[in-house]
Ligand binder design. Structure first.
Ligand code: ADP
Length: 166
């Protein structure tokens, strides 16, 4: 059984993330979305909210692909999380060249920590490649419309938060 781990902060989940989830689900028998607690990044949404937003979206992809998809919070080393969920493969999304350098270093160092888990990089559909959670948050904070970048359930939460801030 092929188990994939797709880790990230998902603060918040975007259409880019969902496109990678859909593609990854086509490659494995079970996909675990690892949601990093990542308090150092001071997330806009709590871990619980980030997981809820993902859970609200993945059942449709599960139905479409027939692959079991679940969420798993983690605070430890990625490689240890991969061992916990028995993943054979780590899935990451690549957007621009700027993602490459960080990912390249991470794969290199993770390989020293464990040589048994491969990392696979996927690219989102060209319509979603430029979407970044960081920019979505910035637009929302400034009162802009983010509905083109995130699923409806996330958009509703962003609108509530930005109204609250005004
Ligand atoms: P992290 O803190 O690990 O970067 P993110 O939630 O920002 O967490 O991203 C999780 C993963 O999804 C990363 O591999 C990132 O490159 C990928 N990703 C994010 N947005 C996109 C996108 N628009 N297209 C492709 N991959 C993406």
């Amino acid at each position: 059984m092929r188990i994939g781990l797709y880790p990230g902060t998902f603060d918040p989940l975007t259409l880019g993330h969902l496109d990678i989830v859909r593609r990854a689900a086509g490659l494995v028998d079970k996909l675990v979305i690892g949601v990093a607690i990542n308090n150092t990044k001071s997330p806009m949404f709590s871990l619980k909210e980030r997981i809820q937003m993902i859970d609200e979206e993945i059942s449709l992809i599960e139905k479409e692909t027939g692959t079991q998809i679940l969420t798993h919070p983690f605070e430890k080393l990625l490689i240890d999380c991969a061992k916990d969920v028995k993943a054979n493969v780590i899935i990451r999304g690549l957007r621009a060249v700027s993602d490459f350098e960080y990912e390249y270093q991470m794969v290199g160092m993770n390989r020293v920590l464990s040589d048994t888990i491969e990392t696979v990089f996927l690219m989102a559909d060209s319509n979603y490649q430029s979407i970044a959670s960081k920019l979505v948050k910035e637009i929302a904070r400034l009162g802009g419309y983010t509905g083109e970048f995130v699923p409806n359930s996330v958009q509703k939460r962003l609108m509530t938060l930005s109204q609250f801030k005004k």
